[in-house]
Design a protein around this ligand. Structure first.
Ligand code: C2O
Ligand code: CU
Ligand code: CU
Length: 421
């Protein structure tokens, strides 16, 4: 934090080598390091300023996924950072506590840039939030889930073609193969992020213990929700709190969808993190019964309804066009967005907005989907109805994006642009 109270961050996107498999360094990209980037943290009300240096040799961008900010700071496909140049966005954090993240968003190249390792967490704290575990790396643990495919020499396979692009057979957590964690407290908060290109994970514990879901993409739920498995599609975040007893060992893992209709990206079981509780655990207080008193997103009965039909790689039968504005939304509007998936698995992400899922196929969704979100899983042939609240930063010329966050689809043009006026 500098003398004028601005919180400054320096990020360098660069090339390097990482040893995922012992003794086999492979080419990767990273932010300030060789793979992934630092976890950034700021508080509501902070002014944040960045110097983002692009040293990867290719043009790219850096998008702040989940952040409410002016469109010119969003880091979407219009805010290109040329090789060897520096981009300096700055804005004031004006939203509740949340687990956001950052990743490149270059037109038609996002899959490659994220897969090579450009991604990181951006945690937002809020002085008004209730007391929750927040000691990073101790009782507040990041879990960034990504799948990879390695060739015989251990190099990462990069082939992003096909229906879903790359689907890996190896899952890394925080860039680590087979990670473990020593549990030192009676309760631990895990911040789950699906930063994979396409895979969908069903996260829970091997012993199927119940845990509490406390937050979704855009922040805290009104109250904790009990669950024993939570599903994350690419781009989604969930915060959970689990309880541990001294000396126990348990596995955090992902189990796939075993139904007949499941696509390749929804199948498969993966170990995520081995957890070993120490013989003595420090007491962490229980999760409060009320987490957020923010009024729910609640569009008026006559609110504008917009419909989005998903086909193979298109939204409303048109591929992405950087020169076309698809939707114009009034600042701060609350609207109903209906996503009608006429084909295989997709998801749907809206920049600079928060939504709550009203319905999936006409029925109430799981309780944890009613929290504030910015990305939603849209299974094969599903219809999803969202109550969306838009941001208040206006700019008639610079659009925000909405798109499928399966990166192959995004790169193929499954994206649209909207301006807030
Ligand atoms: Cu996480 Cu438009 O992206
Ligand atoms: Cu985003
Ligand atoms: Cu898709």
């Amino acid at each position: 934090v500098d003398a004028s109270g601005v919180r400054r961050f320096e990020l360098a996107l660069r090339r390097g080598q990482t040893e995922f498999l012992p003794g086999r360094p492979v080419d990767t990209w990273g932010i300030n390091g060789t793979y992934l980037g630092p976890t950034l943290r700021a508080r509501r009300g902070d002014r944040v300023a960045f110097a983002v240096a692009n040293r990867v040799g290719d043009p790219t961008t850096l998008h702040w996924h989940g952040m409410r900010l002016p469109a010119v700071m969003d880091g979407g496909p219009h805010q290109v950072i040329a090789p060897d140049s520096i981009w300096s966005p700055e804005w004031t954090i004006d939203q509740r506590a949340a687990t956001c993240w950052y990743h490149p968003h270059p037109h038609e190249q996002t899959a490659r840039h994220v897969y090579r390792g450009l991604a990181g967490l951006f945690l937002l704290d809020d002085p008004d939030a209730p007391e929750l575990p927040r000691q990073y790396g101790v009782d507040d643990i990041p879990v960034i889930i990504q799948d990879k495919r390695f060739d015989q020499r251990g190099a990462m396979i990069e082939s992003f073609d096909g229906t879903f692009g790359l689907t890996g057979d190896t899952v890394l957590v925080n860039g680590t193969l087979g990670p473990f964690l020593d549990i030192t407290t009676t309760r631990v908060r895990f911040r789950l992020l699906n930063a994979s290109n396409a895979r969908i994970y069903g996260v829970g514990f091997a012993d199927r213990r119940t845990f509490q879901v406390i937050a979704t993409d855009s922040g805290l739920l009104p109250a904790p929700v009990d669950a024993d498995r939570v599903v994350l599609s690419p781009g989604e975040r969930l915060e959970i709190v689990a309880e541990f007893t001294p000396g126990e060992q348990v596995l955090l893992r992902s189990t796939g969808d075993t139904s007949d209709g499941a696509n390749a990206i929804e199948r498969g079981d993966f170990d995520l993190v081995s957890l070993n509780a120490e013989p003595r655990l420090r007491q962490v207080p229980p999760v409060p019964a009320v987490l957020s008193t923010e009024p729910p997103i609640h569009p008026a009965p006559n609110a504008r309804v917009r419909r989005f039909v998903l086909t193979g790689f298109e939204i409303n039968h048109r591929p992405m066009d950087l020169t076309r504005i698809d939707e114009v939304v009034p600042a701060g509007a609350q609207e109903i967005w209906e996503i009608d998936n006429t084909t295989y698995t997709h998801n749907f992400h809206i920049h600079d907005a928060a939504f709550r899922v009203l319905q999936v196929n006409g029925a109430e969704p799981e309780a944890y989907l009613r929290g504030p979100k910015d990305t939603v899983y849209v299974p094969k042939l599903a219809k999803v109805r969202l109550a969306v609240r838009f941001g208040t930063h206006t700019d008639p010329r610079t659009p925000y994006m909405y798109h499928c966050h399966i990166l192959r689809h995004e790169d193929q043009g499954m994206m649209g642009q909207f301006v807030v006026v």
